[in-house]
Design a binder for this molecule. Sequence first.
Ligand code: DX5
Ligand code: ZN
Length: 233
Amino acid sequence: MPKPVGSPSGPIVAPSILSADFGRLHDQVQAAEQAGAGWIHVDVMDGHFVPNITIGPLVVRAVRRATQLPVDVHLMVSEPDSLVEAFVDAGADVVTVHSEACVHLQRTLRRIRDLGASVGVALNPHTPETVLSYVGRDIDLVLVMTVNPGFGGQAFLPSVVPKIRALRSWVDEAGLPIVIEVDGGIGPGTAALVARAGARVLVAGSAVFGQPDLRKAIEAIEREARVEAEVTS
Ligand code: DX5
Ligand code: ZN
């Protein structure tokens, strides 16, 4: 059985440490938790799948030690199969792989589930949600990229919003217990759009760690998302 994902209802803000000060990462993660973060999002980049290199399991272990919150690991790597175990061992609660990086996607998802973590699949902006049609039962979370992955602080791509809506319909109609997460350019101003479309977990890097007051930053996103989710429910 995978570990439970998140709280029973309401939006979850997942600050991405990509925009944190890595020189004081422990303090930054704790500050995010105290400021009301729901999950901590960790962006792993290999310089191959995306044109940037970030961190590995050692840093995930350090994040794990700093917080009680679910640690949400987003693997932007070309061949995740050989790496997932190290990230689960390091304390990842959710491990998300990119569909574009997995030739045998179902096998990779199965491996993550067998390791005891919650299973996520990320979709690049150009990837249709239909790639998941036959793996719905193997997934706990879909991460919809609203930028091309690789960097923080990029502009939100509104063209992806219909995909969030399509996923919401699929999940609801099929009765699948899948959480929809969005990542890239999320903050006040875009949180409403994605929440209205059906996203529940909102990753935010620069809109949280780039701000002087973390609590205000998280609350602003959460408030916007909650209002919109209530309007549509
Ligand atoms: C982008 C990463 C994101 C990034 C988001 O490749 O997956 O998680 O940190 O940063 P913002 O919120 O600044 O767009
Ligand atoms: Zn991410």
